[in-house]
Design a binder for this molecule. Structure first.
Ligand code: FE2
Ligand code: FE2
Length: 308
């Protein structure tokens, strides 16, 4: 599927698990928010939301990728970073976990007009987690509430273009032997609980002129290397400018972390920004493995991928 070459992509981290005032900026590439310069404090939360701006032929489009775990951090941080809910042209959901859609009904309710919302057809199946702290869930994406609140719902299975400029991968085709499903996540299909292979998880992929792919994921449950390799396959673009999102790695153990790092080294992206569900242990190993091109995802961070 041919992706148009964009002049630039800016990914602003609206909601994520982290804020660390000592994480450095890289002028013109990664700019961190300075709390003293904001009109109100940012909130970190166990959830994810990205405000993505795409530039093509001098025109801007804006995509909200995921909508945090609840309205509280989403609205607080939109205000702190001086965005309005009506600034968004489309919403994309990475997968059907509630820490990614929890603020969406309220977000749509604040809009003055309806909004295209893209989600995988299977993201509205009930999901649950078996954890050391017990069973969590089930949760179900409130599909009808979203429609009632103004969502113009597009449900895909395979690759889908967003606003004619970005590509949503659809179900990720696995290709690595080490990124196998973890035992905890489950989903309910026709009343039966089954293992969740995250057929509903997808990455948002953009192509920046002269720089290559920008791949933004939610939890990357199918495996971040699988997601990147599949993005390369369906776009035909090998060069990777940036990989951004939660990598869900610590829960998979040290072998998975090690093999994922080796897989990322082979891909050789210019920049890796991980946060959310990656886990502290995996973040420290990524930081050690990629001293020059890994950075932690913090709320208020802006990542600029400029064409050239
Ligand atoms: Fe998830
Ligand atoms: Fe998540």
């Amino acid at each position: 599927m041919k992706l148009p070459a964009l002049q630039s992509v800016t990914v602003e981290i609206l909601v994520d698990n982290f804020f660390d005032v000592f994480e450095p900026s890289r002028p013109g590439i990664v700019e961190r928010a300075a709390p003293g310069q904001l009109k109100q404090p940012l909130l970190a939360a166990h959830g994810l939301a990205f405000f993505i701006t795409l530039q093509r032929d001098g025109q801007s489009s804006r995509i909200l990728l995921d909508a945090a775990n609840s309205p509280l951090p989403l609205f607080n941080n939109l205000q702190a970073l001086e965005h309005r809910v009506d600034d968004i042209d489309a919403v994309v959901l990475s997968h059907g976990h509630p820490d990614h859609y929890g603020g969406l009904v309220a977000f749509l309710g604040q809009r003055t007009s309806g909004l295209p919302v893209y989600a995988h057809k299977e993201s509205s199946l009930p999901k649950l987690l078996i954890t050391p702290r017990g069973r969590l869930g089930p949760w179900t994406l409130p599909r009808q509430d979203l429609i009632n609140a103004g969502a113009l719902l597009h449900e895909n299975i395979g690759p889908e273009m967003i606003l004619g400029q970005a590509l949503l991968t659809g179900t990720v085709e696995p290709s690595t032997p080490y990124e196998t499903p973890l035992p905890g996540p489950k989903r309910i299909v026709a009343g039966q609980e089954e293992h969740d292979h995250f057929l509903d998880e997808q990455a948002l992929v953009m192509n920046v002129e002269g720089r290559g792919l920008v791949i933004v994921g939610g939890c990357s449950h199918p495996g971040i290397v699988n997601m990147v390799k599949y993005s390369q396959k369906i776009t035909g673009v090998k060069q990777v400018a940036a990989i951004i999102g939660g990598f869900h790695l610590t829960a998979g153990g040290d072998d998975l972390i090690k093999q994922t790092i080796a897989g990322l080294k082979e891909i050789a992206p210019e920049l890796i920004i991980a946060g959310h569900c990656t886990g502290f242990r995996a973040l420290t190993k990524l930081a050690a493995a990629f001293p020059d091109n890994f950075m932690v995802s913090c709320v208020g961070t802006k990542v600029y991928i400029m064409g050239g």
